[in-house]
Write a protein that binds this ligand. Structure first.
Ligand SMILES: [Zn+2]
Length: 397
């Protein structure tokens, strides 16, 4: 279930890119971009499949099955893959797709149905491996399920949605080009981009994707990882301050006066000293630090907009520094809503209070900022060229 590592240094310059993309689109319509692989589920699972009019075809080495419209159970377990009464041993790969309409698949919690165009592939996991369920579809159609997952499409200005479409297309293409020959390029959650299935009908999203078809961002002639986040709270962050690595012209921090209308423009979170100790204990164990009772947490080197790169933890046996983004994620994992790395911390008895600005890692496009600037009359090109400094918009298909 793991994605292959990124090979950033091998990303081609734009001149090579056009031919690479052209090579990758041979299996798709030329204006729909390369076929990509999105991991939509993994591990042993039971999901309901909804097969629409026209039925579904299942293909496997040496054969195929037709399934009529209806509701079926998809079960992937220790020995077999099963769809209704049909089954294959787990050593045999297979794939299925709707013949006239997308196939619906329930989410992990058995709630929503998400519908998927294109093939859904299930490679043979082998005796020890995890099952992987992979949706393969053209990049442009993938975006139909991303925009509604990443933005409130009914609330955002159309120009902000176009900016998001170009950012999401660029981000996805970067992942595809960084994993040549791989089956899986993206996950379907916030570890990549939220993907709700391309069968979703959202006219605002469709219009933004259509209006920017094939357009991607480049920096110094290269596709880059066009990060984005909900709300910066006043300024975005340089990429190296958040994720390490080298600085990139397109991902320097800029001030933002567009996201004041976000409900996450400011926030507060409280955590008990006991929970804080539990959050820090595993981190300390990994680094061989003996943690005493925590006294204070101090943001270190707040940059533009107040985002700190590190926090200093002062405890009764000493002090140490932690990367602020890892600290924030550790708090989030314990349901402490520390929404960004722009915060001040105060202590009151057994409670630590975080008062902060913005939501997300703060790198690249501020989504609510894009919406704010769009409402002031800026077009998507101006918005993108501001948040991704010195970048260019190029049409690849
Ligand atoms: Zn902002």
């Amino acid at each position: 279930m793991s994605l292959p590592p990124l090979r950033r240094s091998l990303l081609p310059r734009i001149a090579l890119l056009a031919s690479l993309v052209a090579g990758a689109v041979t299996a798709a319509h030329a204006d729909e971009g390369p076929i990509i692989g999105v991991l939509i589920a993994s591990g042993s699972l039971d999901r309901r499949l909804e097969v629409g009019p026209g039925g579904m075809v299942i293909e496997y080495p040496g054969g195929s099955e037709q399934v009529v419209a209806g509701s079926y159970l998809l079960r992937l377990d220790g020995t077999h893959a099963r769809i209704a009464d049909w089954r294959l041993p787990r050593t045999t790969p297979f794939r299925f797709r709707g013949l006239r309409s997308a196939v619906g698949v329930t989410t992990a919690d058995g709630g929503d149905i998400r519908s998927y165009d294109g093939w859904i592939e299930v490679p043979a996991p082998g005796a020890e491996g995890d099952w992987e369920v992979i949706n393969r579809l053209p990049l442009e159609r993938y975006l139909l399920g991303v925009l509604p997952g990443e933005t409130p499409t009914s609330l955002f200005d159309p120009e902000a949605l176009k900016a998001q479409a170009v950012a999401s297309r660029t981000y996805a293409l970067f992942q595809v080009l960084a994993r040549p020959g791989s089956r899986v390029h993206l996950r379907s959650d916030t570890r990549s981009q939220v993907f709700l299935g391309s069968g979703l009908v959202d006219e605002a999203a469709r219009a933004a994707i259509e209006a920017t078809r094939g357009q991607v961002l480049t920096s110094d002639g290269r596709i880059f990882e066009a990060f984005f986040h909900s709300t910066c709270g006043g300024a975005t962050r340089p990429v190296e301050a958040c994720f390490g690595g080298s600085p990139l012209d397109a991902l320097t921090g800029v001030t933002c006066e567009g996201c004041g209308h976000s409900s996450r423009a400011t926030w507060e979170a409280r955590v008990s000293m006991e929970t804080l100790g539990e959050v820090l204990a595993p981190i300390c164990r990994r680094h061989g630090i003996e943690l005493g009772a925590v006294r204070t947490i101090e943001p270190i080197d707040p940059s533009l907009g107040g985002h700190c790169a590190y926090v200093r933890v002062v405890h009764e046996r000493g002090a140490f520094e932690l990367e602020s983004e890892s600290f924030r994620r550790a708090l989030l994992a314990r349901k402490v809503r520390c929404l960004s790395t722009s915060f001040v911390v105060t202590r009151s008895g057994e409670l630590m209070k975080f008062v902060g600005r913005g939501w997300g890692h703060g790198v690249g496009l501020c989504q609510y900022g894009a919406d704010g600037y769009a409402r002031k009359g800026y077009g998507y090109r101006a918005i993108l060229e501001y948040f991704y400094q010195r970048s260019r918009i190029e049409a690849l298909w």
